[in-house]
Design a protein around this ligand. Structure first.
Ligand code: ZN
Ligand code: ZN
Length: 574
């Protein structure tokens, strides 16, 4: 379709114009690109029927752009665009993906160093040719190298935490369309994987055209890769792509199953279908030409002889065998959490008072919140010393007293997040720790140690009778830092032996323990807690990411102590 080709060319012209620093014009081309991609009628037919006048009537297409469309329809190319390409043969689409390199910087890099693609960009940065350029410097050269490294590692994947809010907003908008009879997200987003490639929506609709028109013209759409009656594909300004498919109602469950994945899970499922003389596809489960199941996911799984499997578990980690045996664990639910134990208040580096945090936790329906301020070693976070910790405890006791008088069952627990020093000791006195309801300890410094020494460091901390919970046990930060070298198997054993709790940190950049390690811990019988590591009140909402990770690791309520009532919880800490 010529609409899409033209749309792509106009997008690139917009980028070239931006390279040149031309004001306003790039926006006009972008707008035309979006309109064309979303246009119902083929632009060639419009031109055949009504000439250049018809083109001009397309919204966003003015005199100059309609001439270029005419040129393209007659000659197959646009000279204006060809000239840009001759002058600046740069793979713009690739280069602008590097964080910190926009079209204008790409121009400087090309004109001074001849950089045309990612490889040449990396070579130039490694040879320190970028730092001396005007507008760059050592720091930005270093940043470019890191961004390139990241691009290689992440293959363009995004954090679940970055994508989920945008995807949910789109879902809500689509839901409100009267033409949308059913809608779901599929893919890795539905499985709540920690990083996401793109977003998939499945829809039932008797009027797909209206749904597609709406979808491709959503605010925030910067590119339309394709628009048809059963599938459309767009890019959002945040940089990720979204696909929307319209599915016949009788195939909806099969399609949802198919597009949710994972690939490995689906391959196993298809084998089971074959063993039973059936054929499973995105259209349904078939016996010969007869459809056996397809309308709902439940009926597809049932027809294959198993219970429905929660999307988070569909990673081919043994869930299919468990489902066939009727032994799927009853994994925890998003509403099962009764409190959050890793919360920083304004006594240390947090933004909110204990009162504000407690009120927000009550509004979430929690029964308790644990305040876990940093202790004294962490100066940047204004870590508390023994004396300030005492004063903070007094404030908590006062709040609890008032809550009791008001007849509320809600409770604020006294905790801290102490630092595990390089030798495994804790940075604050035992007496101060003894006055708390519970103690979290975590590694916040000296991440680069030998595996042996780091393992001993964590085990020493686990042996400490005051320590109850180890926060973010592997120290990884997604997109920034790998986990430190540690023998996690030995740490898990020690946690089990000393009856200590390991954290599932819900922060989208951390998600630490991750799904695989959660399953390992669960199988060993190590108890866990899901915490948000909140530093400001809005972050209490991050809990869902930790719960998702726990579900992916098959965790049940019995494994996760903050799904328990407060008395049981406190018994663990005694
Ligand atoms: Zn921490
Ligand atoms: Zn923390």
């Amino acid at each position: 379709m010529r609409n899409q080709e033209l749309s792509k060319i106009f997008n690139e012209i917009a980028e070239y114009l931006e390279m040149e620093g031309v004001p306003f014009k790039p926006y006009a081309y972008q707008k035309a690109a979006i309109t064309l991609a979303a246009l119902k009628d083929d632009v060639g037919e419009v031109y055949e029927k009504r000439g250049i006048k018809g083109l001009k009537e397309i919204p966003g297409v003015g005199a100059s752009i309609s001439q270029k469309i005419e040129e393209f329809l007659r000659t197959g190319k646009i000279e204006y665009y060809e000239e840009f390409k001759r002058k600046m043969p740069v793979e713009l689409d690739e280069i602008v993906k590097v964080e910190g390199v926009g079209p204008r910087k790409a121009k400087v890099l090309f004109e001074n160093l001849g950089v045309r693609n990612l490889q040449e960009l990396e070579d130039a940065a490694k040879a320190h040719k970028i730092a001396p350029l005007f507008g760059f410097g050592d720091k930005s050269e270093q940043n470019i190298l890191e961004a390139l490294e990241f691009l290689k590692r992440s293959h363009g994947r995004f954090l679940l935490g970055e994508i989920l809010p945008a995807a949910q907003a789109v879902l809500e908008r689509l839901k409100q369309l009267k033409e949308v009879e059913a809608i779901d997200t599929a893919g890795s987003l539905r499985r709540m994987k920690e990083t996401i490639g793109d977003v998939d929506f499945l829809v039932i609709s008797r009027d797909p055209q209206k749904v597609m028109d709406f979808f491709v013209s959503l605010p925030g759409v910067v590119k339309v890769w394709g628009k048809g009656s059963t599938k459309s594909s767009v890019r959002l300004k945040e940089g990720f792509d979204m696909d929307l498919r319209v599915i016949p109602p009788e195939s909806y469950g099969a399609a949802l199953q198919y597009f949710t994945g994972s690939k490995d899970h689906n391959i196993e499922l298809r084998k089971i279908a074959i063993d039973r003389g059936l054929k499973l596809s995105e259209y349904g489960l078939f016996q010969g030409p007869r459809m056996v199941a397809g309308k709902t996911e439940e009926e597809v799984y049932r027809a294959l002889g198993m219970e429905w499997i929660p999307p988070e578990m569909r990673e081919n980690m043994g869930e299919i065998d468990a489902a066939l045996a009727g032994e799927l664990p009853r994994i925890i639910d998003y509403g099962d959490v009764k409190g959050d134990l890793h919360v920083h208040c304004n006594w240390n580096g947090g933004a909110n008072s204990i009162e504000e945090l407690a009120a927000a936790a009550m509004a979430l329906g929690y029964e308790y919140i644990g305040i876990s301020d940093h202790t004294k070693f962490l100066r940047i976070e204004r870590g508390l010393d023994e004396e300030t910790l005492k004063k903070r405890n007094k404030e908590i006791e006062g709040i609890n007293e008032r809550l009791r008088q008001e007849g509320k069952v809600f409770r604020v627990l006294k905790g801290c997040e102490a630092n595990i020093m390089s030798d495994g000791s804790i940075d604050i006195d035992d007496e101060a720790l003894a006055e708390l309801d519970y103690v979290i300890a975590g590694v916040h410094s000296q991440f680069k140690m030998s595996r042996e020494v780091m393992t001993e460091r964590l085990i020493t901390a686990l042996k400490n009778p005051h320590v109850d919970i180890i926060s973010h046990p592997t120290g990884r930060i997604l997109k920034r830092r790998d986990e430190y070298e540690v023998d996690l198997g030995r740490v898990l054993e020690a946690a089990k032996d000393y009856r200590k709790v390991l954290e599932i940190n819900a922060y989208p950049e951390r998600l630490d323990l991750n799904d695989v390690n959660i399953l390992r811990a669960k199988k060993l019988g190590v108890r866990m807690v899901i915490n948000t590591d909140t530093h400001q009140v809005s972050q209490l909402h991050l809990m869902k990411f930790g719960v998702a990770q726990a579900r992916r690791g098959w965790a049940e309520r019995a494994d996760i102590i903050n799904t328990w009532p407060v008395e049981e919880l406190l018994r663990v800490f005694q």
